[in-house]
Design a protein around this ligand. Sequence first.
Ligand code: FES
Length: 106
Amino acid sequence: MDTLLKVNGRKHRLRLDERVTLLDAIRENLGLTGTKKGCDLGQCGACTVLVDGRRVLSCFLLAATVDGEVATIEASPAKVSRCMRCRRHFGTAMLFNAVIAPLGRS
Ligand code: FES
């Protein structure tokens, strides 16, 4: 299925299976690995991105259903800093990346 995603201000036309989550599309197809896969169950928030300025759990959203502009942690700080809740969730993701994820690699 052809899917058009606008991520961090750039448009990407992707051919994806309709079951691919936004998280997997961002990480595996676009190579933006700042968004992390934690629980993959909608509980940890490590996969949080913004869609049109609203935070969403990208592991719970099918890429083909996204209708809006996606901002990941790689986006400009100005976009991310607009929303305090988002900053908290991105902070959780950064904490996950810095502290928790390395523990699983050993
Ligand atoms: S990976 Fe944990 S909420 Fe999405």
